[in-house]
Design a protein around this ligand. Structure first.
Ligand SMILES: Nc1ncnc2c1ncn2[C@@H]1O[C@H](COP(=O)(O)OP(=O)(O)OP(=O)(O)O)[C@@H](O)[C@H]1O
Ligand SMILES: [Mg+2]
Length: 571
């Protein structure tokens, strides 16, 4: 290997040795380690972690790992050679075996504790000790921080084995859930929505675990059988994995004065967040209280924009708790998620999620998470009346900012310069009464049709529609005429191409993912890789073959089917 200066990114990172030159474990080196943590990382039993930002943990490798896929776009962005994903050293490391990594890579990774608020309410029941000290990364283990072309990335295994936060569970992820997260992250990025990214996915050829799931064609809400599934490790990448819940953990400790360093640990984690996620917008030399105010303002804007984007692309997080809310303002944890087929404001793919986390309730859920965030950082401005007042104002104005983002998003989605409330209200009513495929409807509209015929491709024709199809069609025609009169000036082609940049043609609907993970479990990765190709170019027309296969309404027989239309276990 050629010797390089440690900070200089090789043009191509082709080997694990190349990657090793970019390592910079600054989280481990600057944040506080749990004083009871073991340097060896052999720390896999559930226990209370009372202080510190992280616990050193060595992952548990999956047996007989096999390459499934890698995030090709991310690889290219990072300057990684595709072949590296299948090289022996890389496979070994990212399937959980850190025992033989080249220096200066380390043999231990780290897991972090976090707290949980559900829709703004503090919860302790999820912690086996009822104290909050046993909750956190139960199966997520970060293994590397690297500076690549001036950008810092943290790489985190999901399903990498047990940690002290595992609450007695196995620390594993099954192939099914790993395929879902792997595909969804890169799809989301291609949709232009901030997200954690997918680096790699390996499956075990021999190790399996049992999970509750649905029998073939089951219409049960809850899983009705236990199945044995192959385990997998996917690696996700982001500038940090700090969650709102993480800030809450340290803030709760400071509030309750649980230990003498509690306040200092809160400040450190918040400054770490600023450094990782907000370094470009917050001046390093400011005092903490001033930084916190800027952080709150910027996070508010990112969070509101994120949620508006989710709605633009038909995404429902499903379980938007504070521990699934990344403090950097990007999408995190693709377990309970779904991309909607039929437009339904109450769409909720995850049976445990409830109405409060449903599709169009996400702005309200975001507001609750933002309140949890503001409460968590408040102790850092407590002695600064001016900063405190600003923080309170930022907090109380969340709904205003969110509302503005939503109106802007709907206007853009509809090719309008300004939001038209009456036009939108009638559209929402028609979409619900007709039952339309959300993605297909907006994509067909993006062709700026003269009449409603093309839009009908997206109609599922619910009972209200079938009771009076002519009447509803007439309302659609009237709506289309009105819409046409309000759209942006310019040629039809210009309007159409602008609208096609915000209304995707392809969306990672669950019923498309099911056969991909089923075939993958049988060792056939072709469909998964095809989906990866298609879903990383969601705005492109693509070939006729792709269109016929992936641009179509959900087959009627899949409605109500467990796994394809709803899911319970997401791990
Ligand atoms: N099989 C498992 N073993 C150990 N811990 C688990 C397992 N499944 C989930 N957990 C933990 O339970 C908590 C809630 O699970 P949830 O489904 O939100 O997270 P996740 O999908 O594992 O993780 P993340 O939020 O990191 O994407 C998380 O703290 C997670 O680490
Ligand atoms: Mg989670």
């Amino acid at each position: 290997m050629i010797k390089r200066h440690p900070r200089e990114t090789p043009t191509t990172v082709a080997t694990l040795d190349d990657l090793a030159t970019l390592a910079d474990y600054s989280l481990m080196d600057t944040l506080n380690c749990d004083p009871e943590g073991k340097a060896s990382g052999a720390d896999h039993e559930p226990r209370q972690v009372f202080s510190g930002h992280y616990v050193p943990v060595n992952p548990t490798p999956i047996e007989n790992p096999e390459y499934v896929a890698h995030g090709k776009n991310l690889f290219h962005e990072l300057g990684f050679a595709d072949g590296m994903a299948q090289s022996r050293d890389f496979v070994r490391m990212f399937s959980g075996d850190l025992s033989r990594v080249p220096e200066p890579l380390r043999n231990v990774g780290w897991a972090c504790g976090y707290a949980l608020s559900i829709f703004g309410n503090e919860f302790y029941q999820q912690c086996p000790f009822q104290t909050g000290n046993g909750y956190g990364d139960g199966r997520a283990i970060s293994v590397l921080e690297a500076v690549i072309n001036g950008q810092r990335w943290e790489m985190q295994l999901k399903g990498g084995g047990r940690t002290p936060y595992g609450r007695g569970a196995d620390g594993r992820a099954v192939l099914r859930s790993s395929v879902r997260e792997f595909l969804a992250q890169e799809h989301m990025h291609a949709l232009g929505v901030p997200t954690s990214r997918s680096l790699s996915l390996y499956v075990s050829k021999t190790e399996k675990v049992r999970r509750p799931w649905y029998s073939e064609g089951s219409r049960s809400v809850d899983p009705d059988i236990l199945i044995s599934e192959p385990v997998a490790i996917s690696t996700r990448v982001a500038p940090s994995f700090i969650r709102v819940g993480q800030l809450e953990l340290f803030s709760r400790r400071a509030r309750k004065q649980e230990h003498p360093q509690a306040m200092e640990e809160l400040e450190k984690i918040v400054l770490h967040l600023i450094d990782r996620e907000y370094g470009d917008v917050i001046d390093q030399s400011l005092a903490t209280a001033e930084k916190v105010v800027l952080l709150a303002r910027e996070f508010r804007s990112r969070l509101a924009s994120l949620v508006a984007n989710w709605i633009r692309v038909g995404y429902c997080q499903g379980n938007f708790n504070s521990d699934n809310c990344a403090a950097g303002g990007f999408t995190l944890d693709y377990g309970p998620f779904g991309f909607c087929d039929v437009f339904d404001p109450q769409y909720q793919p995850w049976t445990g999620g409830g109405d409060h986390f449903s599709f169009l309730n996400q702005p309200a859920a975001a507001e609750r998470n933002f309140h949890s965030f503001c409460s968590a950082v408040r102790p850092l401005v407590a002695g600064h009346p001016d900063s405190l007042r600003q923080l309170e104002e930022i907090q109380s104005d969340f709904p205003v900012v969110m509302h503005a983002q939503m109106e802007k998003m709907w206007a853009t989605k509809l090719g309008l310069d300004v939001f038209e409330a009456a036009l939108f209200r009638e559209l929402a009513k028609l979409m619900m009464q007709t039952r339309v495929d959300y993605t297909m409807f907006f994509r067909e509209l993006s062709s700026v049709p003269d009449d409603i015929e093309p839009l009908k491709k997206s109609f599922y024709k619910g009972p209200t529609y079938t009771a009076d199809p002519e009447g509803i069609d007439r309302r659609w025609s009237a709506w289309l005429t009105k819409w046409n009169s309000l759209t942006r000036r310019g040629t039809r082609e210009e309007l159409s191409s602008q609208m096609k940049l915000v209304n995707p043609k392809y969306s990672l609907k669950e019923w498309l993912v099911v056969p991909a993970y089923q075939q993958a479990a049988a060792g056939d990765y072709a469909l998964l890789r095809e989906l990866q190709e298609v879903m990383t170019q969601p705005y492109a027309e693509q070939s006729e073959g792709v269109e016929n296969k992936y641009y179509r309404p959900k087959p009627p027989e899949l409605f109500g089917v467990g796994g394809a239309s709803h899911l319970s276990c997401s791990s």
